[in-house]
Ligand binder design. Sequence first.
Ligand SMILES: [Zn+2]
Length: 556
Amino acid sequence: MKKLLFLVLFISININSQTNYPKNYFSNPLNIELILNGNFGESRPSHFHSGIDFKTQFKEGLDVFSSADGYVSRISIKHGGFGKALYINHPNGYTSVYGHLKKFNKKIEDYIKRLQYNKKTYQIEHYLKKDVLKINKNEKIANSGNTGSSFGPHLHYEIRLTKNQKALNPQLFGLDIKDTRNPTISSVFLYNLDSLDNISDPIKLKIKKINDSLYQSEKVFTNGKVGFGISGFDRQDLANNKNGIYKYSTYYNNNKIIDFNFESFYFEESIKIKTLIDYKYYIKNKSRIIKLFKDKGNDLSIYLNNKSGYIDVENNSSIYKIIVSDLKGNKSIVKIPIIQNDLINDSLKKIKLFSSNKYINNKLDYNFKFENAEINIAKNTFLKDIQLNIESFKDSIKIINSEIAVFKNIKINFLNKNKRKGNYLALKDKDGNESFASANLNSKNYFYHKTKSLGTYFVKNDSIPPSIKLNNFKNNDWISNKNFIRINIMDKETDIKNYKVKINGKWTLFEYEYKRNELFYEFDSYFLNQTENLIEVFIEDLAGNKTQKNFTFFKN
Ligand SMILES: [Zn+2]
């Protein structure tokens, strides 16, 4: 009996308490007070935010320090993503990550530059062994910046479990972020389910703020199986920007229903953000409702119990309660009184089903062949069986269902009929926006493309080559007093795919900052000055149009 009791206790502790993360191990990576620009687990278009974003006083160049002793395990430099990023492995099994950096410290900068010149590439993904670049706690490792997919200077900071790269909420490691404010609830929604488990569109409930932590909803008259959704945000003390809410718990007549938080997640499951939010509503309204119930096939690891989150309305009147909280335990509560009303039947619940011509069994592979196109849908591309509309026209192929999210790439092959130079495969979305999809041709003259985006695919032509213009001096100028070269490159229709710059015949490390349409070079020790210097700039757009320009500058 004692043994059994112990077992029961042990299991319940395991489910209900979070892991004990070291609280004093990692120090502030900036030497300013930490203010959040974004927090862990926040919803981004196709992933959860894997770290926290610290404000950097609206500027670039702040010193960034290693949070603990360790060694540089990875250096990643990309035009998009985290831009210039540094990964440091620590002896306690965690990795800290620093993203959107402007520049690394001299030791790291020298190391990576040698590699970039060897490989003749700016973008680099490099993994390092233990003894190559050792780092001490609070050693300056970089300057903060705005590189990559960052739209304003900030530091992206992560803590991961080294062994499996699981992303952990850095705020669980004791970093001090002042927060005494309760999360704000913007809206609450009701979803009805019919007898076949089809889900209705969200029905917005009127809510009233009673006090700083309590909201009261209007009465809900319904019956059968229902679920709820919520939208809201959390603010910390030192800034007014809206960040994500940490924890969501719901209760029905005081029984816990669904319970989840953003303590950690695996990168592989990040795409499943599309099942946590009401995806159909998001596509239509560009705003997110967090669903307080699980879709079929939702196996996200953020849930703290195994419940589906749906309730079966019982008794004449009952209470559904939503509690949202932040990491400091500040809470907001919504109370929703539910009155059972048996007069509401399936037909009144207004569940509209998408009309389509294809039924996709999610356990099967599909290969659709048309005169000018081929579509491959592998099993488990969706979370469950779905309806899809696939139609082939003379010059396009339409694959639509604006209500469903795609979790695995769909393969599309489309005939490049007139073979014109500058042809590419384009996507037109449901709002009529056209974008570049692919310019890759296979041996049978078909464009091939892998995508999670549905819409209408067709062949488009871009005949205008990209442009090149000197930015901070003119051709044949003396620039002895300048430390850097800026060149504007731009493409009207698609985007820049490749660039290469040579100075005096030698490949030179120019950084491409796509947000400024700029190639940037800071004179370094690899530059061999010969008074009269020749710059050769080559660029190519995504459709294969090329431009080359030569310039001369003088320097002593
Ligand atoms: Zn970030």
